[in-house]
Design a protein around this ligand. Sequence first.
Ligand code: FAD
Length: 561
Amino acid sequence: MEESFDFVIVGASPAGTVLANRLTEEGRFKVLLLEAGKYANNSGFTQFPRFFALHPYSDYGWGYTSVKQSTACLGTAKKSCKYYSGKGVGGNSLIQPPLYSRGHPENFNCIARTVRDASWNYKDLLKYFKKLEKLTRVAEKAPIDSEVHGYSGLIHTQNRIPGGYFLTNTFVEGSVELGYPINDYNGPNPVGASIEQLYINNGRRQDMGSVFVTPYRNRANLKVLIESYVTKIEINPYSRVAQSVIYTRSGVRYRARASKEIILSAGSIGSPRTLMLSGIGPRRHLEKVGIDVIQDLEVGSGLKDYAVAGALIFSTNVTRPVDYYKDWVQDYLKGEGDLTGVSRAQAIGFYPLKSCNKLIPTVRLMSDITLPSSGVQKYMDFTTENTKASWGTNKNAVVFELGLLNPKSSGTIRLKNSNPFEYPLINPRFLSDAHNKDIDMLYEGIKLVFRLKDTLAYKKIQLTYNGAPLPACTKHTFLSKSYWYCFLRQVTLAGGFPTGTCPIGVNREKGAVVDSKLRVIGISRLRVADESVFPRPLYGTASIQATVVGEKLADDLKRQY
Ligand SMILES: Cc1cc2nc3c(=O)[nH]c(=O)nc-3n(C[C@H](O)[C@H](O)[C@H](O)COP(=O)(O)OP(=O)(O)OC[C@H]3O[C@@H](n4cnc5c(N)ncnc54)[C@H](O)[C@@H]3O)c2cc1C
């Protein structure tokens, strides 16, 4: 069966959802959006911000795991990293915590310089960030730079403090004691501590599918097909024009033609996978798996993701308030309380450790107060021995999550074989850079956490490190530098911001896959618009960055056609 459209969008990622919306708003174009997963369950499950750790294990997650690792994720049973990846209308925004963080302006400016296209400068992109946002609530003491926010967009954001207010203050005050400012991290200079900004509306998570697609899916010129998995883009090997996509739905194979363009928005894992299945990828790899090469490009060769160390656990004298589900639910129905936040310490810090530019952060820190639970163990995926050792004798514990913002290590996405239904081989190779810069930086982050613990602010809640040596690290003197290096290789995991698998650039010999207009190099009428086009993480949380990519491309396409 075959149907024809102006644009076919593959994947309802954050970028795919906004593209589908904007391209159909004027009625000029007929658009097909194909998504492998389903719509969000808006009766509740995907809307609880606090339950984000459960979502990857639901029907809304692909359930990817990396290949066996030798430099990080070693504290897991299979020595591999869980690669949480959303499946459904909204992509990852269905399963992630709803943190709203745009990234560092300089990272966008760097892209603009690399591709010699000023439209990627942050000051040009700011109009899209503002257009998308509707900032609806600001906590009393929250630092907000009103100039940079939007107030009438479709994505509701809030800057607020549900539950655990004193812990938020503890984090911010401790950080100030160490000499860092309090800042709106979505402003021009994110360095310092801040109160988290979240994509939530009345306590409910905002996923991009529910914002941009679900309310508009009955538009006459928009066709959204869920549970429709794209196996290939058909490209004429002589003219090198992308013509149609092949997808399967309920076991039946279909073809959809695009008279104008096909846009891949299948995410940092899905987009390289689909390109390679369609004959666009590294020649040697495609030949090895038996796929005819149409265009030799370094697809999937530059995977870069935040590495996150999540097992820095300290005991505290704070007894966790007794939780009754009834109270939680009652608060939630009013748009308040613990279920509406990501953690009990709604604070986040960006720090320029070892950075020659004090305005450029190198690590990100967040914290929470929690109890040891099977849920936490499942999310982290550590073995029981490692979980026990890192929790030590703690009951109520303050947990710090330390993220490496500018990883030097890089990995790959490759096909296992030519079967489009096989999962790809994900090899992130965290902490594998030749000069150990990544692990050195995370070690600096651990030192920062211990400095924070010793501030007057934190002394009030008496943090003590009660962890026991991890089984794999017992030959190192406990808490020595070599111990922490061993520890980091065990507990460092994937942060969930994969980029660089279809990177933007000017030179395909240097790894570029798309040009500054997001066109796949050497192929006509095929673009990629999602997180995969960023050569490296941009220091923010990625949904909004990917949404801006979609918003920008929608503008470009409307101008062009
Ligand atoms: C654990 C975790 C925590 C995170 N925390 C945050 C946070 O707090 N804030 C934030 O902003 N971001 C966060 N992110 C990142 C953010 O969710 C993603 O980076 C963002 O959604 C952009 O992803 P993407 O462009 O790679 O597309 P994705 O979101 O991965 O979307 C790709 C979509 O395409 C579909 N698809 C793939 N292949 C096909 C195919 N062949 N046919 C049809 N459909 C297909 C998929 O099902 C999916 O729906 C987090 C991510 C993770 C995993």
